[in-house]
Design a protein around this ligand. Structure first.
Ligand SMILES: Cc1cc2nc3c(=O)[nH]c(=O)nc-3n(C[C@H](O)[C@H](O)[C@H](O)COP(=O)(O)OP(=O)(O)OC[C@H]3O[C@@H](n4cnc5c(N)ncnc54)[C@H](O)[C@@H]3O)c2cc1C
Length: 405
């Protein structure tokens, strides 16, 4: 495939605008698909003002090891076969995740792998913000700094506003510490990821929980997370983390080696996947963030793998829906119920795992469940509260359709 430089412009098959999680997953998927199929990879230009390299976030998600692309495994920091939940009263339950597992990928490792892939693919890298992206024939045009990229297809993951209105928007905001204990002093089980310890004090609106993901016998990523309307003063996260650690590890001393902060929007607003004949949106900007959980990574990977296939087959590379349409509705109902306080968040999540096979709950949280899974899931949520939320959600949609505010 082609890559020419026409005076001030580059002509490529694919322009990737935004080289974060979504853009770089696409780079890695293209590199992998080209190498395994023996077909030529499309020519690529990557536009991002930031050349990402460091440890700026940690991605965790559930996966079936044999179903994920081969390039993922060597990059993982860790994976856990067992997950543990702690309910609001402090009672723990453990769930064997087989055939799934929970796994961690550090951004520094993804960025480094993407750098090598970009080099192998002979990609052009433009380290300037894209000022405009416009559709056209025979090319779409991306302007960035003094450069002009003419591309058959543009995959844009720059942060953007949703294309539709939101009924509910919460923020998932958190701080994570990588903590180290003196050798042998902490009772950490390396095979068990504590996801959602709800025994932390709960906010007035929304839900809070702690995470503890062991990295070695003496270190762990510990996070304090809230799903609530607004971020906290920085000291509040530190206080919550200190209180959690003291309680969970009986006052054993530790040092903090790294800090990670994050805010992920949880909204039932809609995001477009296609904005022109040649323009597509990826990542959070394309609706890949699951409204009721904030999980994004596995949807980005599914989309990247499919787009890479389509591109190598010279087919229209429309990103597949990140989540089935029916999930958008369930997410809206769940998010509304959490936000308005119709359900008690800790009880909801802990209850789902207590009443359903964990694989089913995870498939649901991950966006890969079947309608039968979802019926079962909905039947183990508190019915009157969810009905109230569903009816209100439907009423909002009807009013919107009729143009009534
Ligand atoms: C700290 C943190 C931890 C997270 N952990 C998880 C997790 O454990 N599991 C999970 O599933 N999800 C997680 N997420 C959510 C989600 O996976 C990430 O936000 C992910 O990085 C989203 O990918 P993205 O490509 O949409 O956005 P980003 O990765 O933010 O990439 C967007 C890119 O666009 C670039 N950009 C901005 N403006 C321009 C411009 N004008 N021109 C060109 N480029 C531009 C930016 O520099 C950036 O590189 C986390 C998010 C955060 C913030």
């Amino acid at each position: 495939m082609s890559h020419h430089n026409h005076g001030a412009g580059h002509v490529v098959d694919v322009a990737i605008v935004g080289g974060g999680g979504a853009g770089l997953n696409l780079v890695l998927a293209l590199d992998h698909a080209a190498r395994t199929s023996g077909r030529p990879a499309p020519s690529i230009a990557l536009v991002d003002p930031v050349r990402r390299s460091g440890q700026d976030r940690t991605w965790c998600w559930w996966a079936r090891p044999e179903e994920q692309p081969e390039w993922v495994d060597p990059l993982l920091t860790r994976s856990w076969p067992t997950m543990r939940l702690v309910n609001a009263e402090g009672a723990p339950s453990s769930y064997d995740l087989a055939p799934l597992r929970y796994q961690m990928l550090r951004s520094a490792d993804l960025y480094a792998a993407a750098d090598s892939a970009l080099e192998r693919l002979g990609a052009i890298r433009i380290t300037a913000p894209a000022q405009s992206v416009s559709d056209g024939m025979p090319h779409a045009v991306v302007r960035a700094g003094d450069e002009r990229v003419m591309a058959s297809w543009v995959f844009d993951s720059r942060p953007t506003r949703p294309t539709g209105p939101a009924s509910t928007t919460l923020l998932q905001h958190f701080r994570g510490w990588i903590v180290r204990f003196a050798p042998g002093s902490a009772a950490l089980d390396e095979n068990v990821a504590t996801l959602m310890d709800f025994s932390v004090p709960q906010p007035r609106r929304g839900v809070a929980f702690a995470y503890c993901l062991p990295l070695s016998p003496d270190s762990a990523l510990v996070e304090y997370t809230e799903f609530s309307p607004a971020v906290l003063e920085p000291e509040r996260y530190d206080e919550a983390l200190r209180a959690y650690l003291t309680r969970a590890f009986d006052g054993v001393a530790y040092t903090v080696e790294e800090v990670e902060d994050g805010v992920i929007p949880m909204t039932d607003a809609t995001f477009a996947r296609r904005t022109g004949d040649r323009l597509f949106r990826l990542g959070t900007a394309g609706g890949a963030t699951r409204a009721s959980t904030g999980y994004t990574f596995s949807a980005m990977q599914r989309q990247a793998a499919q787009i890479a296939e389509l591109l190598l087959q010279d087919r229209l590379p429309v990103p597949p829906r990140p989540y089935p349409l029916r999930h958008r509705w369930m997410d809206a109902v769940l998010l509304r119920a959490l936000d308005r306080g119709y359900i008690d968040g800790p009880g909801l999540f802990a209850g789902l795992f207590a009443r359903q096979p964990s694989e089913r709950v995870i498939r649901f949280l991950d966006g890969t469940s079947t309608p039968a899974d979802e019926l079962a899931i909905m039947s183990s949520t508190p019915t009157p509260a969810m009905m109230r939320s569903a009816v209100e959600d439907a009423a909002v949609r009807v009013r919107r359709t009729l143009g009534i505010r």
